[in-house]
Design a protein around this ligand. Structure first.
Ligand code: 13P
Ligand code: SF4
Length: 304
């Protein structure tokens, strides 16, 4: 079977069986082409809740499927590849956070959406990379404990110096791989290119960025500016997507190593088996987790 034939079969099956396919933008184009919505972590969950279909297939990693389940608990939510986790989310569990909180009495606990549903039970407000600055500014308390991404946290501290923001030393191993040396070399090779970067990157390289923002922010910037060349400092699938969307512009990866192996676990064949009904993992969250974890998501929606 060719890629095109498999894609056609997936589209036929998803319509027949009433499955809404959501794909994070870090998925490869063969998968995003069959998706009903492609976007960043938060946009995907919002679409899951809006979808008319009763079954949602999340092509991404586990915390994204859990967030979908929290936002639409009555729907059947399937994670495309059961092994696809996020090392940053797995790096901090609820027990550790509860212990950490004891050292920060009176602080509002803010967590990046890239965390487990179980950890979210111990969090006051959740944020995404696109909403973090706006939401943390709006929180009345000037003392914030931000977990788990210390790089996004460093960006928050820089943007909101008037608040006292305590950080946990977690982060995304994928974005950490981009080095200052690579950025300098890439800028030298493409001197006219605008450097678009995700705030999950280290502060050591954030200072080189012409634009810092979420996956959607980076894509919108490139689509809406007239510059002809862009260096992309985030997961390298974004280079492919942008190049397909804007063939008249040129896009270059800032590093060959910024590849998320968890996102890459999902194949088009996995998507086929999921819509067929014999693949993926149906996400189940108990009532207590659904109720308690949902609170920080509701707070995010209220602030956002
Ligand atoms: P966004 O999709 O929120 O930009 O985050 C990037 C990421 O690393 C997702 O896992
Ligand atoms: Fe997690 Fe980073 Fe992969 Fe996103 S890119 S899923 S934050 S490891």
């Amino acid at each position: 079977m060719t890629t095109r034939q498999l894609q056609d079969e997936i589209v036929r099956l998803k319509r027949e069986k009433g499955v809404c396919i959501l794909a994070h933008a870090y998925m490869d184009p063969d998968i995003t082409e069959v998706a009903d919505y492609v976007g960043d972590s938060f946009g995907l969950s919002q679409k899951a809740a809006e979808a008319k279909e009763q079954t949602v297939l999340m092509c991404g990693v586990r915390f994204m499927a859990e967030t979908c389940k929290m936002l639409c608990p009555d729907k059947k939510v399937i994670l495309s590849s059961p092994g696809a986790g996020c090392p940053m989310a797995a790096g901090l569990d609820r027990e550790e956070l509860e212990a950490l909180k004891e050292g920060y009495p009176g602080y509002t606990v803010v967590a990046y959406i890239n965390t487990t549903a179980d950890l979210k039970r111990a969090v006051d407000v959740c944020v995404t990379s696109s909403s973090a600055v706006k939401i943390v500014r709006r929180i009345e308390n000037d003392k914030i404990l931000f977990v788990p991404d210390q790089n996004l946290g460093a960006y928050l501290k820089e943007q909101i110096p008037e608040k006292e923001i305590a950080l946990y030393p977690g982060g995304c191993p994928t974005h950490y791989r981009i080095t200052a040396k690579e950025i300098e070399a890439a800028k030298k090779a493409h001197p006219k290119a605008k450097l678009l970067m995700h705030p999950e990157c280290s502060p050591k390289i954030q200072k080189y960025a012409d634009y810092l923002g979420s996956t959607t922010g980076i894509m919108d910037y490139a689509l809406n500016h007239d510059d002809e060349e862009y260096l992309i400092a985030t997961e390298n699938s974004i280079v492919k997507h942008l190049q397909l969307k804007c063939p008249e512009k040129r896009f270059f990866a800032a590093s060959k190593d910024c590849v998320c192996h968890n996102m890459k676990l999902t194949t088009l064949t996995d998507v086929y088996h999921c819509v067929l009904g014999d693949g993926g993992e149906v996400i189940e969250l108990d009532d207590e987790t659904l109720r308690e974890a949902r609170r920080c998501i509701d707070e995010m929606l209220r602030f956002g």
